[in-house]
Design a protein around this ligand. Structure first.
Ligand code: ADE
Length: 248
């Protein structure tokens, strides 16, 4: 059984529609949809936004549904100048950018776990990367030319890189540059991945994080984010996850 988590219902509704033999179970104010995609057992849930929401969803997937692997799929704000809206990032490592117990522990280190960066599973991430590349090669099957033009999406870049998570939607340029300076390897920011990463590390469950760039983590981020989410985000995550299940 593979667990798929997204923060928002918009991002998973289309994927849930692709499931067969769907059963719904409610735990801790969240619905978990279990069933099959391409004959593979899967459980899908939307966590809501933020690290606690994502962590509790991941724990439920592990303890209640006995998932062997978890994939988090969602959107992110770009930090790297090489990323544009519509580009795709498969996380290498995750870090909690708002963790700061200094001077007792170094900034970003999760206290008493002795870790700042959590590695994603290489094999699982490579499969997700492969699915993302196939999605991009066939983009016109999933997203109309008009929609791509509306979001100025031209050449979609698919890349691997470090991802930072925190309970903060980044719209402030100063914060953006402060994070870029303090965590030079990060390519984008979001609000859940590193929480799922910590849970998966603690339970020894392989995981991957897939992020589509919805905004540039700047003064326009809230507008870009909302438009991207309502018009296009689900097509990315559903398309890539559907290809992923056809590959494994
Ligand atoms: N997810 C998508 N865009 C984001 C941003 N600008 N800050 C935090 N999380 C995000």
């Amino acid at each position: 059984m593979i667990g798929i988590i997204s923060a928002m219902p918009e991002e998973i509704n289309l994927l849930v529609n692709k499931m067969t033999q769907t059963k719904t179970v409610e735990r801790g104010m969240r619905k978990y949809y279990s069933g099959q995609i391409w004959g593979k057992d899967v459980v899908i849930a939307y966590s809501r936004i933020g690290k606690v929401a994502a962590a509790t969803t991941a724990v439920t997937m592990i303890l209640t549904f006995n998932v062997e692997k978890i994939i988090f799929s969602g959107v992110a704000g770009a930090i790297s100048q090489n990323l544009n809206i519509g580009d795709i990032v498969v996380a290498k490592r995750l870090v909690q950018h708002d963790m700061d117990a200094s001077p007792i522990f170094p900034r970003f280190e999760v206290p008493l776990l002795d870790k700042s960066y959590f590695d994603t599973d290489t094999e699982l991430s490579n499969k997700v990367l492969q699915a993302a590349k196939i999605f991009v090669q066939n983009i016109n099957r999933y997203i109309t030319r008009d929609l791509l033009r509306r979001f100025r999406i031209e050449r979609i870049n698919v890349t691997r890189g470090d991802v930072a998570s925190g309970d903060q939607f980044i719209t402030d340029r100063r914060k953006h540059y402060e994070l870029k300076h303090a965590l030079p390897s990060i390519v984008c920011v979001e609000m859940e991945g590193a929480a799922v990463a910590q849970v998966c590390y603690e339970y020894n469950v392989p995981f991957a994080v897939l992020r589509t760039i919805s905004d540039n983590a700047d003064h326009n981020a809230d507008i870009d984010f909302n438009q991207f989410l309502s018009a296009i985000a689900a097509r990315y995550s559903t398309g890539i996850m559907d290809i992923f299940f056809s590959l494994i």
